[in-house]
Unconditional design. Structure first.
Length: 149
């Protein structure tokens, strides 16, 4: 909710509407124009709605991938095959998380929420860095020194 609030405030500020919380007397008269504020609020709501739709679509895709992999896991006959499917399940989960952060980054940038966009970019970089570190991934069959049956 805080992210949405930040994106909304940033959108209003970028579009030229001065916004000082709780101090309307000090705002110039032209910023108090109801049409302007309403227009900017509608624009921010449209951005938020579009972002939420993209995130929801990504979550639906993740659910389909997860179901397919869980079915594959149920049919796996060896420990190595199960380990491989579990690794792919984990990778799919992490990729979805990264994709959602990237969607949020795109919309924060569109809304002009520079500080929030920088925060999201840093989170994505940390996620990428953590995933590339040795020992943070389940070893492949070859690395484990075993062959699949």
């Amino acid at each position: 909710m805080r992210r949405i609030h930040t994106a909304l405030l940033s959108t209003l500020a970028v579009c030229g509407v001065a916004f000082a919380q709780g101090d309307k007397d000090k705002q110039p008269a032209e910023t108090l124009n109801d049409r302007s504020v309403h227009s900017e609020t509608v624009s921010a709501q449209q951005l938020r709605r579009a972002m939420n739709e993209e995130i929801q679509a990504r979550l639906v895709a993740q659910d389909l991938t997860k179901s397919r992999l869980e079915n594959e896991l149920a049919g796996a006959h060896s420990g190595l095959a199960r380990m491989d499917v579990q690794r792919r399940l984990h990778a799919a989960h992490l990729q979805t998380w990264r994709d959602i952060l990237a969607i949020q980054l795109e919309y924060a940038t569109l809304a002009g929420a520079t500080e929030h966009a920088e925060h999201l970019a840093a989170r994505i970089a940390r996620l990428d860095e953590g995933l590339s570190r040795p020992g943070t991934q389940i070893p492949s069959r070859r690395e484990a020194g075993e062959e699949a049956r």
